[in-house]
Ligand binder design. Structure first.
Ligand SMILES: [Zn+2]
Ligand SMILES: [Zn+2]
Length: 373
């Protein structure tokens, strides 16, 4: 990974314009951003790699040095350059698309200082049953998230001990390094660019100012949610040192149901009925998603595969418009074993239908067609 060509990383040719570089980087950054791919090391690598490539290619001077001398010309070490500068450029890159990204990436993107100091947004994937999506439900979820350490109020230092100037960078936050002909300024690795180091780190958070904690939340799932529906819970994302928390997004996935198939707000199911229902008519009780049962008449002459509609027994819509319907596909069951007498009676029935009246002629026609096939 360390040696891939910057243009290859961004999927561009050497002639790419600044706009193309920006747009290609934006796509990769959205796809591989660590906030969206928590714990995915590969995605993190791709993100760093793209960021490194962007940092060089978006800077005309660095780009021409890279074109001439390769990575040696821009002193890329792979990790030292990742971070500060690219982050400060995000507002520039994402600025024109506004809220979409500040919504998703709170910590780090979007409109300058205000959103930059927010904690990260979190995504929680929630599986719910079809019944719960029909009726709504309150679910308890446990969200592991980072919170400001209460022992040090996020400062990271133990009580009564402040911080001191970083000795690596003398408090500047950046270090100059010389390699070959060039000298490059990078973020100080000892203090992460803050210029200050903590004298005695806080015991509870080891000086990070942030601790991981599980939070129990009750989340109300309104009726009518579909797979992919998103609930925004303001302020339940991660907190930052500034104390401004990001938001939590609950993304719903509806599990498959053993009886019902969902199509929009309509439900589709199949019901088996005895053969005689087709010949004599009958009545079945069908289950519905709200747990009740509905009586459904099967009229004489019903063929297998016919679909009946039960109005308003489908799913509610999230906008509160009218409910969907339940569609019931009828399947006539043919007996799989017959007694002698049953076979005899079936023959008699066949005779009777063939030799009698208008329906008999229809019946004979079917039989002729069947023979020809
Ligand atoms: Zn602490
Ligand atoms: Zn430093």
């Amino acid at each position: 990974m360390a040696n891939r060509d910057y243009y290859d990383i961004l999927g561009l040719t050497r002639q790419a314009s600044q706009d193309q570089i920006k747009s290609s980087y934006r796509k990769l950054a959205i796809k591989y951003h660590p906030d969206k791919n928590r714990g995915d090391v590969n995605a993190e690598d791709r993100f760093k790699e793209a960021t490194e490539a962007y940092e060089v290619l978006s800077d005309t001077q660095k780009r021409s040095r890279y074109d001439q001398f390769g990575k040696a010309g821009v002193n890329a070490s792979g990790s030292s350059s990742y971070g500060t500068k690219a982050y400060s450029d995000f507002s520039d890159i994402f600025g024109d698309v506004g809220d979409v990204f500040s919504d998703f990436f709170g910590g780090g993107f979007g409109g300058g200082q205000r959103t930059r100091s927010r904690g990260a947004d979190l995504r929680y994937n929630l599986d719910i049953s079809l019944e719960d999506s029909a009726l709504g439900k309150e679910v308890k979820v446990q969200i592991p998230r980072e919170e400001t350490c209460d022992a040090c109020k996020g400062k990271g230092s133990a009580p009564n001990s402040g911080s001191t100037d970083c000795s690596t960078c003398n408090g500047i936050g950046q270090v100059r390094r010389t390699q070959g002909f060039f000298s490059v300024t990078t973020t100080c690795p000892s203090c992460d660019g803050k210029g200050q180091v903590i004298r005695n780190p806080c015991n509870k958070c080891s000086g990070n100012g942030i601790v991981e904690r599980s939070r129990n939340l009750n989340i109300k799932i309104p009726p009518g949610m579909d797979t992919g529906s998103r609930l925004k819970i303001t302020g339940e994302g991660e907190s930052s040192r500034s104390g401004l928390a990001g938001d939590l997004y609950v993304v719903v996935n509806i599990l498959n149901h053993h009886l019902f198939e969902r199509q929009g707000n309509d439900l589709i199911m199949q019901v088996d009925v005895p053969l005689r229902f087709g010949l004599l008519g009958g009545e079945v009780e069908v289950p519905t998603i709200d747990g009740s049962r509905v009586k459904m008449k099967i009229p004489v002459g019903t063929e297998s595969g016919r679909i009946f509609r039960i109005k308003s027994k489908g799913l509610p819509s999230i906008e509160g418009r009218k409910k969907g319907d339940q569609h019931v596909l009828v399947n006539l069951k043919i007996p799989q074993s017959m007694t002698k007498r049953a076979t005899q009676l079936a023959k008699e029935l066949d005779e009777e239908l063939l030799n009698n009246g208008a329906s008999g002629r229809e019946y004979a026609k079917i039989e002729v067609n069947a023979l020809r096939q």
